[in-house]
Ligand binder design. Structure first.
Ligand code: NDP
Ligand code: OXD
Length: 307
C-alpha cells in the first residue's frame, strides 16, 4: 500500500524525504504520479485539487498537512466515512504565539515606522502605545497558546470560542451572543478561528463597529474570515487603525490587489506558523499505523463541527 502526497504551494520533496527516513514508512508517491490507484490507502493533502480524493477505492486516511482543514471539508467529492486528521503540534502553536506577540510589539513600539523614517533620514521620536487589551477569536490549540504567551507579557486577554474556557488570566466569552461583548474593549483583535460556514466573513463591518474606535486587526486564521471591502471601509472611516494580514482569500495575493499598497495594511505571505515537515511526517506515519492496528487516531477532525 502507499501514501500519496497531494500538496499544492508546498514542495513535497522534503516531506517525502522525512517520511522515507523512517523504517516503518510504506511506499510514497507524489501526485500526479499516482501509479495504481488501488495502492493508495493514505493521502496527505494541502490545497489539493477538488474532486480527486474520490479516485482511490482503498482510501483509509486523509491527513491534512496543516492545522486547517477547510479545503478538505469543502471538497464536493469528499469520500464518505474516511477519517480526516490534521496537524496539531506544540511548535506550531508556539510559533503562532510568538508571531502574534511580535506583530503587537511592532505596532505598539512603531518598529516598522522607524525603519521608514530611517529610509527618509528623519530623526523623530514617538512614544509606545499603551494598548494592552487583546481579544483572541478562536481559543483552540493556537489561540490558547497565544493567550498564555501574551498574558505572560502583561496583556489583558479576552478569548472567544464556541464553548466556555477556563484558562488562568483569560476572560472567556463563548457562543454567538457573546462575540461583540468579547471585543468591546479590544485594542487588538486576533483571528485564530478555523474557516467554517459559520466563521466565513466574521471579520466584517458589524464586528468592526462593535469594537472601540482605533482597534488594530490581526488576521492569522484564513483569508475568507475577512470581508475585504468592509476592512477597506473600516480603515477609511478610522474605525480600525490598521490591520496585519497573513492570510488571504486568494493566495498568492494577486499583484493588483489594493492591500499591497494600502498604508494601513501590513502583510506577510501566509508564514505566521509553517508546518514542521519532520514532525508532520512522524504524525502521518503514526496515524497510518494506527489505522492498520484499528486504534484511535491522533488529531482526528470532526466533520460535523466543520473543524
Ligand atoms: P482548533 O480547532 O484547535 O481551535 C479552533 C477554535 O475556534 C476553538 O476554540 C473553537 O471553539 C473556536 N471556534 C470554531 N468555530 C467557532 C464558532 N462558530 N464560534 C466560536 N468559536 C469557534 O484550531 P487551531 O487552533 O489548531 O487552528 C486555528 C486555525 O488557525 C486553523 O484552522 C487555521 O485556519 C489557522 N492556522 C493558520 C496558520 C498560519 O500560518 N496563518 C497556521 C496554522 C493554523 P471550541 O474550543 O469551543 O471548540
Ligand atoms: C495551517 C496553515 O493551517 O499553515 O496549518 O495555515
Amino acid at each position: 500500500m502507499a501514501i500519496l502526497l497531494l500538496l499544492d504551494q508546498v514542495d513535497p520533496t522534503p516531506l517525502e524525504t522525512y517520511l522515507k527516513s523512517h523504517p516503518d514508512c510504506p511506499d510514497v508517491r507524489i501526485y500526479p504520479h499516482v501509479g495504481c490507484v488501488d495502492d493508495i490507502d493514505t493521502v496527505v493533502v494541502w490545497k489539493h485539487p477538488q474532486g480527486v480524493l474520490n479516485n482511490f477505492p482503498n482510501l483509509k486516511l486523509i491527513a491534512s498537512y496543516g492545522a486547517g482543514v477547510e479545503n478538505i471539508l469543502s471538497d464536493h467529492a469528499l469520500p464518505k466515512d474516511v477519517p480526516i486528521t490534521r496537524f496539531v503540534d506544540e511548535t506550531l502553536s508556539d510559533q503562532m504565539a510568538e508571531f502574534v506577540l511580535a506583530v503587537i510589539l511592532n505596532h505598539r513600539l512603531h518598529i516598522t515606522h522607524y525603519r521608514e523614517l530611517q529610509a527618509a533620514s528623519v530623526w523623530r521620536c514617538g512614544t509606545f502605545l499603551p494598548d494592552r487589551n487583546v481579544t483572541i477569536l478562536g481559543m483552540g490549540e493556537l489561540g490558547s497558546t497565544t493567550a498564555n504567551l501574551l498574558n505572560l507579557n502583561g496583556y489583558n486577554i479576552r478569548g472567544w470560542s464556541r464553548s466556555e474556557k477556563n484558562i488562568p488570566g483569560v476572560i472567556s466569552f463563548f457562543g454567538d451572543d457573546q462575540l461583540h461583548a468579547s471585543i468591546a474593549d479590544a485594542d487588538f483583535i486576533v483571528c485564530l478561528l478555523p474557516l467554517t460556514p459559520k466563521t466565513k466573513h466574521i471579520l466584517n463591518n458589524e464586528l468592526f463597529n462593535a469594537t472601540k474606535k482605533g482597534a488594530f486587526l490581526i488576521n492569522v486564521g484564513r483569508g475568507d474570515h475577512l470581508h475585504e471591502d468592509d476592512l477597506m471601509d473600516a480603515l477609511y472611516q478610522e474605525q480600525l487603525s490598521g490591520a496585519f494580514l497573513d492570510v488571504f482569500s486568494t493566495e498568492p495575493l494577486p499583484a493588483d490587489h489594493p492591500f499591497w499598497r494600502h498604508p494601513k495594511i501590513h502583510m506577510t505571505p501566509h508564514i505566521s506558523s509553517p508546518t514542521d515537515k519532520q514532525k508532520v511526517a512522524r504524525q502521518i506515519l503514526d496515524n497510518y499505523h494506527r489505522i492498520k492496528r484499528g486504534e484511535p487516531l491522533l488529531n482526528q477532525v470532526n466533520p460535523k463541527r466543520s473543524y
